[in-house]
Design a protein around this ligand. Structure first.
Ligand SMILES: Nc1nc2c(ncn2[C@@H]2O[C@H](COP(=O)(O)OP(=O)(O)OP(=O)(O)O)[C@@H](O)[C@H]2O)c(=O)[nH]1
Ligand SMILES: [Mg+2]
Length: 459
């Protein structure tokens, strides 16, 4: 059965210079011509060209807007169906009026991600490329965008396909061995079989997994929490990172009362910074509500920036805060390095042994770059993004690859250890299925629906 024809506003809510109404499906062109009056007349509408005209309400014959529109005939379109995109003036009201006229012509409002889903179902892109569309749309940094663009071009698809191919070939051999048990030894030679699985399947898949963490943080970002006693300069540091006066800074201890969150870009990693209220001894020592909240936030954060003031003696409060950073990724930030230090900075640092430390002056903007580099290094366990990390950045892909590796290992060893060919075949099929899930050949309907439901309408 033919797909129905769908339509949606493809540009974000709010007024804009232009806004786009998109139509896709077998009736797209007919529907569009029902409401458009092309300046050149309807007969000369060349595909993949931009045309000029008016949107006219067919019932009232009133002109709704002056527009440009593109007619794109299948198959060289986003969805592989006929597509019309109407570029109107970007008022919300105007776009809704056009959309309503289009819907009245017998189209249906598109579901979230439905245009991209059609591109997938009609075979223009695989599932990883469809997911990359959403990543491109939501990328927060240039590096995140680069990763998504690679996936959009099919890098992950190719990597997965290149491991599926050898499994398929070997599976044919195993199936022959099952059909002709008396010839097993002629059909399969255990050593080369194991080697091929190892070199062409397991090693490449493990390499894909090895860079997952780096890739993932480029995409998803990380959270850093700044903690320390009152008045050490936490809010000043926050403002330096953001390059704007976001947090209130005063000489009065206890200025920040609540959590303040903002996101900055650190070497391509979206870093969500959390400024907190200074932690200090109250009646209840450190067991106050503030501490409890901070502790909660500490647990959620990926890295702790523990700040001390080098011009003041280190106190028991500092030590208690330091205790909160145990077993966490943390950096000691020695602030106010512009003032005469109470003790040599190295000595201060040794009190908090184990933590990498950076001296800064939040007031004079000194040491901030070094601190950023250290944050990046601690988080990625590497010194700098010489090259963008691997191409697996999505947890769905990671889990599927892990399962494929887990099935491939016994399959590789199978003939060395005399396993029954049928069991080897089961493992090989399992590996193929798990890999196929990533690119969309063996993915369940539910998962596909879930993936597209996270898209925005109009994409
Ligand atoms: N000399 C000097 N003063 C600083 C530096 N950083 C912050 N200060 C000053 O220290 C005082 C407190 O700074 P804040 O940034 O408000 O400190 P805070 O840790 O956020 O304080 P609370 O919110 O009260 O916990 C202000 O007067 C800042 O100007 C620094 O590097 N050098
Ligand atoms: Mg503050």
């Amino acid at each position: 059965m033919d797909a129905d024809t769908i339509a949606a506003i493809a540009t974000p809510p709010g007024a804009g210079g232009i806004g786009i109404v998109k139509i896709s499906g077998p009736r797209a062109i007919q529907v569009a011509l029902g409401i458009l009056s092309p300046a050149t007349g309807p007969s000369s509408l060349k595909s993949h060209h931009l045309h000029y005209g008016y949107v006219i309400d067919p019932e009232t014959e009133k002109t709704v807007d002056e527009v440009l529109f593109a007619v794109m005939k299948a198959p060289y379109t986003y969805t592989r169906e006929d597509v019309v995109e109407i570029q109107a003036h970007g008022s919300r009201c105007g776009l809704h009026t056009i959309l309503e006229l289009v819907l009245k012509q017998g189209t249906r409002l598109a579901e979230p991600g439905e245009f991209t889903k059609r591109a997938f179902i009609n075979g223009r892109i695989d599932l990883t490329q469809a997911e990359a569309v959403a990543e491109v749309v939501s990328a927060q940094t240039k590096e995140g965008l680069d990763l998504a663009a690679k996936q959009l071009k099919g890098r992950l698809y190719e990597a997965i396909e290149s491991t599926r191919k050898p499994i398929e070939t070997l599976l044919v051999e195993v199936e022959a061995a099952i059909d002709f048990p008396e010839d097993v030894e002629d059909i399969i030679r255990p050593e080369p079989f194991a080697q091929r699985m190892e070199h062409e399947v397991i090693v490449p898949l493990e390499e894909l997994l090895a860079h997952y963490d780096e890739g993932h943080i480029y995409r998803e970002g990380i959270a850093a929490i700044i903690v320390g006693r009152p008045n050490v300069g936490k809010s000043s540091l926050m403002n330096r990172f953001l390059q704007k006066e976001r947090s209130i800074v005063t000489t009065i201890p206890g200025t920040t009362r609540d959590f303040i969150e903002e996101t900055v870009n650190i070497k391509g990693v979206p870093l969500r910074l959390i400024d907190t209220a200074g932690l200090h001894d109250t009646d209840d020592a450190l067991e106050t509500i503030g501490i409890r909240f901070t502790r909660q936030r500490l647990d959620e954060a990926d890295i702790v920036l523990f700040m001390v003031d080098c011009s003041m003696p280190i106190t028991e409060e500092d030590t208690k805060i330091y205790d909160l950073t145990r077993d966490r990724k943390a950096i000691l930030v020695v602030n106010k390095a512009d003032l005469a230090p109470h003790r040599p900075l190295e000595e201060i640092a040794t009190q908090f042994h184990g933590l990498p430390w950076v001296e800064i002056s939040a007031l004079h903007n000194k040491g901030i770059e070094k601190l950023k580099t250290t944050v990046f290094r601690v988080i990625t366990d590497q010194s700098g993004p010489a090259e963008l990390p691997g191409i697996v950045t999505n947890v769905r892909h990671k889990v599927a690859i892990e399962k494929a590796v887990a099935a491939s290992k016994p399959a590789a060893q199978g003939f060395r250890t005399g396993r029954h060919p049928e069991l080897v075949a089961i493992d090989l099929k399992e590996a193929l299925d798990r890999l196929g899930e990533i690119i969309g050949v063996t993915t369940t309907e539910d998962i596909i629906d879930q993936i597209f439901s996270r898209f925005c309408i109009g994409k």
